[in-house]
Design a protein around this ligand. Structure first.
Ligand code: CMX
Length: 434
């Protein structure tokens, strides 16, 4: 049986000539032009990043390694006794593009288990922070604190050939990823469960051990697996993925890079939207004082938000132009496991009303819900009602895709990223205004 690393090495060796040929023979081929609107407007639609790990089609949504979400979930081996694939199987798939065999998955699970123990100093760092620190700040600080262990940084210091970069990057990425569930669950129980951390059970896979350390029974193990897979990757241009890629392009190791990416994910227009959705929904429910959340009152609440100059959290997207398939997957999970849950019903009613309201307002290019509109309901149902924790869950998932990308970035020798900036006067000149 070929190990993940051997399979990856073969894939990298097969892939390198493709990138080299494109650079050598077609470097001047145009992929598009950049407008003033794009230069001022957050580089929306500028096609200047390369990744083979996932691709986001505006109409269809995300494909991981060429597979849609349902295809991915169907293809990968499932966790024992579960209905969703293990994170370990998905990690193998994202890295290599191959659906792993059961034996290959077992091998990755074994490797993750061996790397799982989190050094005591990480918990000491967390405990030294004021207890009211936001969970995302704690999570990012914990990741950064482990930078001292980077094998990549050490090998670079000692001198390493560029062709070898991916190997210590893989080493760091795997260790870092394997530790994240313990760190996340520790933050959760320290902050919200009277400081009663639960020790890892090394017999369990990534998702099941996370559920165990959170102190939540089945099927939360499957919920965790689903959640991490769905939040893993959304091609390279979103803030968290792009930040990880950018920071790592300076040959900063993946502890530095992931911590930076998590800081971007912590913004309300990005990952924090899952917290905002629950905050918005709860404060709206409270304002009703027990009255029924009918379509009409929801419509009014949405207009109140827009009229106050705020965004409707969980709706809209920079690339997608339809309902996010990650939203749909989670909605299908809810329909199966919690169809009558009142909060799910409210979220569904918002789904009926919000797109019409956003279309009437006419600003958002995409009035449909994104992943964040649905994810909190599931967490709430299983007892994770502390919504400031939700973005940490997103962060654990997002680490899978971004870390897989950093390994490939180094394997393919992508250079330090350095787009060019212009002055406003230069734009005015280009526009013929000067
Ligand atoms: N509510 C109100 N207004 C919205 C909106 C929403 N949900 N989505 C977009 N708009 C507004 C924008 O703020 C912008 O207004 P201005 O012209 O006044 O600046 C206008 O519509 C055009 O924006 P857009 O091109 O449609 O969207 P962007 O690519 O600029 O932004 C996003 C995308 C996701 C940041 C935006 O839709 C938004 O703020 N949504 C709410 C927050 C959210 O759910 N974020 C999570 C996204 C998924 C994720 O990364 O986790």
């Amino acid at each position: 049986m070929a190990s993940l690393k051997d399979t990856l090495r073969k894939k990298i060796e097969e892939h390198r000539p493709r990138t080299a040929r494109l650079l050598k023979e077609h470097a001047d081929t145009k992929l598009g032009e950049v407008t003033i609107g794009q230069a001022i407007g957050g580089a929306r639609g500028v096609r200047c990043l390369v990744t083979d790990i996932s691709y986001l089609d505006p109409e269809e949504g995300i494909r991981f390694r060429g597979k849609t979400i349902p295809e991915t979930l169907a293809a990968l081996p499932k966790a024992a006794g579960g209905q969703f694939p293990t994170v370990e199987a998905f990690w193998h798939f994202l890295l290599t593009g191959d659906v792993p065999s059961e034996d290959q998955v077992r091998d990755v699970v074994r490797d993750f288990r061996a790397r799982r123990p989190v050094p005591q100093y990480v918990f000491d760092v967390l405990r030294a922070m004021p207890r009211d620190t936001h969970p995302m700040t704690m999570f990012s600080a914990a990741v950064l604190s482990m930078q001292r262990e980077s094998v990549f940084a050490e090998r670079y210091r000692k001198g390493m050939s560029k062709s070898e970069y991916w190997e210590p990057m893989l080493e760091d990425a795997t260790t870092l990823l394997a530790r994240l569930p313990t760190i996340g669950a520790y933050i959760y129980r320290m902050k919200f469960k009277s400081d009663t951390p639960i020790a890892s059970n090394r017999e369990l896979d990534f998702g099941a051990d996370f559920a165990h350390m959170m102190g939540i029974d089945k099927p939360y193990d499957d919920v965790a697996r689903m959640y991490f897979v769905l939040h893993s990757d959304h091609e390279s241009g979103n803030v968290s993925a792009h930040t990880v890629h950018l920071v790592a392009s300076a040959l900063s190791d993946c502890y530095y890079a992931l911590s930076a990416g998590l800081n971007g994910l912590a913004g309300p227009l990005h990952g924090l939207a899952n917290e905002e959705v629950l905050r918005w929904t709860q404060s709206f429910m409270e304002s009703l004082g027990g009255k029924e959340p009918t379509e009409e009152v929801i419509r009014q609440a949405l207009w109140d938000t827009l009229n106050a100059g705020q965004v409707v959290p969980g709706y809209g997207h920079a690339v997608l132009r339809k309902t996010d398939p990650r939203y749909i997957s989670q909605m299908e999970f809810c329909l199966k496991h919690l169809p009558d849950y009142p909060l799910f019903k409210v979220i569904n009613t918002i789904y009926k009303v919000a797109p019409k309201v956003l279309m009437e307002q006419g600003k958002a290019k995409n009035p449909w819900p994104n992943v964040d509109a649905q994810s909190g309901v599931i967490q709430w149902y299983y007892g994770v009602t502390e919504y400031s924790f939700y973005t940490v869950l997103f962060g654990i998932g997002r680490a899978i895709g971004t870390l897989a990308n950093t390994v490939w970035d180094r394997a393919l020798g992508y250079p330090i990223e350095r787009p060019k900036s212009l002055t406003t006067a230069m734009l005015e000149q280009a526009a013929g205004l000067k």
